[in-house]
Write a protein that binds this ligand. Structure first.
Ligand SMILES: [Zn+2]
Length: 91
């Protein structure tokens, strides 16, 4: 389909990466290998509602857990979730 962000590129199936943060959570979640339709021009990724919901359910629990952590001296840790067994693509 035509990308609605840039109105130039066409989307094609490919993996995308998203980073989830929440102001009150002491964890960040980086999710890679999410199946999406990605714009060939601007890189905007379109997730199906079903996939977006599934990813959110996983990420939500981790971000909730991050609420219970105390801020220490270390920077906020990132937790990475990778879908798919294929070689990781550059983000
Ligand atoms: Zn685009």
């Amino acid at each position: 389909m035509k990308c609605v962000e840039c109105r130039i590129g066409e989307t094609a199936q490919g993996p995308t990466s998203l980073t989830y943060t929440r102001p009150d959570s002491k964890l960040q979640v980086v999710v890679t290998g999410i199946p999406a339709d990605v714009c060939s021009h601007c890189g905007e990724a379109y997730l199906s509602e079903e996939i977006a919901q599934e990813v959110f359910e996983i990420v939500d629990g981790i971000l909730e857990l991050g609420k219970t952590l105390k801020q220490g001296t270390l920077p906020i840790p990132q937790i990475e979730i990778h879908f798919g067994s294929e070689t990781r693509m550059a983000a």
